[in-house]
Design a protein around this ligand. Sequence first.
Ligand code: HEM
Length: 435
Amino acid sequence: MIPQLPLPPGRNGLPFVGETLAFIFDPDFAEKRANRYGAIFRTNILGQPTVVMSGPEANKLILSTHFEHFSWREGWPANFRELLGESLFLQDGAEHRRNRKLLMPAFHGAALQNYFVTMEAIATRHLETCADLGDYTWLPLLKEMTFEIASVLLVGGESGPETSRLSEIFTALTQGLFAFPIRLPFTTYGKALKARDQLLKHIEQAIASRRQNPRNDALGLLLQSRDEDGNALSDAEIKVQALLMLFAGHETTTSMLISAAMALAQNPKVLAQARQEQAQFSEPLDFEQLKQMPYLSQILKEVERLYPPVAGGFRGVVKPFEFGGYHIPAGWKVLYQVKPTHRSGEIYSNPDVFDPDRFSPERNEYKNAEFSLVGFGGGARVCLGLAFAQLEMKIFLALLLRSYDWELLPGQDLSLDRIPSLHPRSGLQVKLTRR
Ligand code: HEM
């Protein structure tokens, strides 16, 4: 008989809570454990034995080569399952493949070109409003912008008071994701359940209106989408998928944009080069120009590397596997971590420095190892909204670079907080002026 490999090193922590509190509240939790145990260690989070893995080989195993050993549904906490329903995040196997294919047309090719006008109009209005404000904190305003873009394009919202109403309801939903699941009307979780039902009702009405007056927004495209056998998503399926898009799509994009604005303000040489690139184009900004901005693309990659909005991903282990000389049993959870790979000195030179040129065709440092840039995940389940997010971010940054100056106000706390997604603690206090 072949002897079974040992379990990864680590500890279980306190009864029931395990190491959950340290995991949530200590930003250096994984780093401290990795220093003690290495790139793979065992812990106990939310009452579940969990293995934390980092480095490009671990990413490759989880995101690609050992795909069928893992379940997304089993990876997410129960609150996510209930609040986000039967959506792509919580589906596996054939069901996931079918639905991802049916959702794809809303996130690629011609669809993106159609979204340009709406994204550009909302971003332009946002920047004009900010320039009128004098000193302000950017994070909440940017979040309003990305939420408006997502709700108008993805769930059929109208700009204006309706978007603000949806945004408030949505905040109640997200607060429930990490709350104790006590279902009473006055608890955070009870309010989140109510918010979910209100949002689903809104999307249901938007679907009915799209059926009467077809439009080429994401919801319209999802209604038209068919697989090879001519099957479509049902209205009930579209409803939960659209809710997921709203959840997945705006907090993350806000995080990357706020980090980009901060990094550009702190790196005048990069800012000057980015402006030079924009100066080559005629006004106004159009969709074709966005394809010819290699330096802006490098900046976005560098922001993804240094300031990844999503820290990693959970999976449930459905088939045991071995990694790094250890055995990981079925029924456990695994968590892949983004930061250790993105800050690895073996892949990136001076990894703590903001340097978009590391992604130039001459250097392309991320090609030193597969799965070394994973801010959008990777493999067959790479972020579905990647191109959507990139389009939105490029439009916003191109408009910002062309027409505005912004300075960081002194005395603010620029240290980073991870929750709900990475951002400077001050929310980025700035002054934006027209050039
Ligand atoms: C800067 C913005 C964004 C970032 C950094 C980001 C990041 C990610 C990451 C890391 C994953 C994989 C998680 C894992 O492996 O556990 C993911 C998956 C996903 N993202 Fe995004 N995302 C962004 C924007 C968006 C947008 C705009 C949408 C939709 C409108 C979206 C929809 C999704 C969906 C549906 C999945 C699951 C895909 C699947 O399981 O097949 N994301 N995203």
